[in-house]
Design a protein around this ligand. Structure first.
Ligand code: PEP
Ligand code: CO
Length: 451
């Protein structure tokens, strides 16, 4: 059958299909030159890291690990700064620690980082005061200013994005290798502006309990180098949206006899680009990375079954993660039939919930926001629905930042609509702030399954 026949696949076979959400580059020669250059530059990640992640995700698929995916809705070139990157890494590490404590199983950490520069848009153009220009599609594509020059898709931005991704990854790797992610490192525990949080005591309790266990472990293991057991790994992910960028870093790895997308460890495709006969599915069926697919209320059971069998024809463990984002309102109606549909295929997938994108609304003051209570509710319902359908939720996908922003309402500090104007920084979707993200981890740790 066409979709599972690997003999017809090559890194550019997607070009024969309809590609949704792509910019219109007006200078094909310039685009080609950039893609050629990107194809020669060293890869951002390597295949053995990708395989390591896939193996861990395979363990999550059988309930032995839990996946935490998180980061900004969109990274920006401007925010490629040491402090912002370190803070984002820190909140993800702290969340993972809290989850480890609560769920009693290892946490796989995957950042929406080092490549999350392109965004799907609901319309190709934007009109202001009678002027129509191409929509802003993220820093990898064009510039946000509303002028014809800024909105013109610029192929050079693909290179600038690759460079920013490399700088980000380099810093993250150095921080992890240098002990930032070692459970003994004081930075790891530091609460920053959580000092005055209502959650402080609870967080401290978790930290103390882990420190105790660590000390106990070191005593019984006869002082074995703690780094061996306490160092953490960190993986990258982004939406695999812009086909030229994804293709340019895709290489054949002779040792594994497979093609890998070496721009990130774990790409995902959104539902807007998940057409079975579309370019994205064609491209991603041919790369060996573990990958995610987002599904929401518009997904049908036949479509999902088609995606599962096309993207993972050999039922490879760890290959496919389904990220559902129905919203607290629709999850009870939407999720059960998806679980049944995947069961019918006989395929093993990892189910995780993105409780952000189905719960977006507009605040009374006109801000795009999300309520903490709805985010939590969708998660709680998802844990329960999976359990009652002989499945389980094996991870979460969150939009968050390490900063003290006010973009989502609710949480222990009780942010209201009136607070949103104080520190609303996102130009895309509203993110959980540091404190809300940690609170969510504590609540998942308390309510999630311990299987
Ligand atoms: C996103 O993850 O930022 C996103 C655009 O999500 P979705 O495709 O699920 O709406
Ligand atoms: Co988003």
């Amino acid at each position: 059958m066409r979709t599972t026949d690997m003999t017809s696949w090559h890194p550019a076979s997607w070009t024969a299909r309809q590609a949704q959400q792509q910019p219109k580059y007006n200078d094909p020669a310039a685009l080609e030159a950039v893609v050629a250059q990107l194809s020669r530059l060293p890869p951002l990640v390597v295949s053995w890291e990708i395989e390591q992640l896939r193996e861990r995700l395979a363990e999550a698929q059988v309930g032995n690990k839990f996946l935490l995916m998180g980061g900004d809705c969109a990274e920006t070139f401007e925010e490629c700064e040491s402090d912002k990157i370190a803070k984002k890494l820190k909140i993800l590490l702290q969340m993972s620690l809290v989850l480890l404590h609560g769920l009693k199983k290892p946490i796989i950490r995957v950042g929406r980082m080092a490549g999350q520069y392109a965004k799907p848009r609901s319309a190709d153009t934007e009109t202001r005061n009678g002027v129509t220009l191409p929509a802003f599609r993220g820093d990898l594509v064009n510039r946000s200013e509303f002028t014809a020059a800024a909105r013109e898709p610029d192929p050079l931005l693909l290179l600038r994005g690759y460079e920013r991704a490399a700088l980000t990854l380099n810093f993250v790797r150095a921080l992890c290798d240098g002990g930032f992610a070692d459970l003994h490192h004081p930075q790891y525990w530091d609460l920053g502006f959580m000092q005055h949080s209502p959650l402080r005591a609870q967080y401290q309790q978790i930290v103390d309990s882990i420190a105790d266990s660590l000390e106990f472990f070191e005593r019984v293991s006869g002082g074995r180098a703690p780094h061996e057991v306490t160092a953490v790994d960190f993986f990258s992910s982004h939406e695999g949206l812009l086909m030229h960028y994804e293709q340019a870093q895709t290489r054949y790895i002779e040792r594994n006899k497979r093609w890998y997308n070496l721009s990130t460890h774990m790409p995902w495709i959104g539902m807007r680009t998940a057409q079975l006969d579309g370019a994205h599915v064609e491209f991603f069926r041919g790369v060996a990375n573990p990958m995610g697919v987002k599904i929401g209320p518009a997904m049908t059971t036949e479509w999902l079954q088609g995606l599962v069998t096309t993207l993972n024809p050999n039922n490879t463990p760890g290959r496919l993660t389904i990220i559902h984002r129905f919203g607290a309102k629709d999850v009870e109606n939407g999720l059960p039939k998806m679980i049944k549909a995947v069961k019918e295929t006989g395929q093993q997938v990892l189910w995780i919930c993105d409780p952000m994108h189905g719960n977006t609304e507009t605040s009374s003051g006109g801000f795009k926001t999300r309520r903490f209570e709805n985010i939590l509710k969708e998660l709680e319902l998802s844990f329960r629905i999976h359990e009652s359908h002989g499945s389980f939720l094996g991870g979460v996908h969150i939009e968050l930042t390490g900063e003290d922003v006010t973009e989502c309402t609710g949480g222990a500090r009780g942010l209201t609509d009136a607070d949103l104007a104080r520190a609303y920084k996102s130009t895309v979707d509203p993110r959980l702030n540091y404190e809300q993200a940690l609170e969510l981890a504590m609540l998942i740790g308390r309510h999630g399954p311990k299987r």
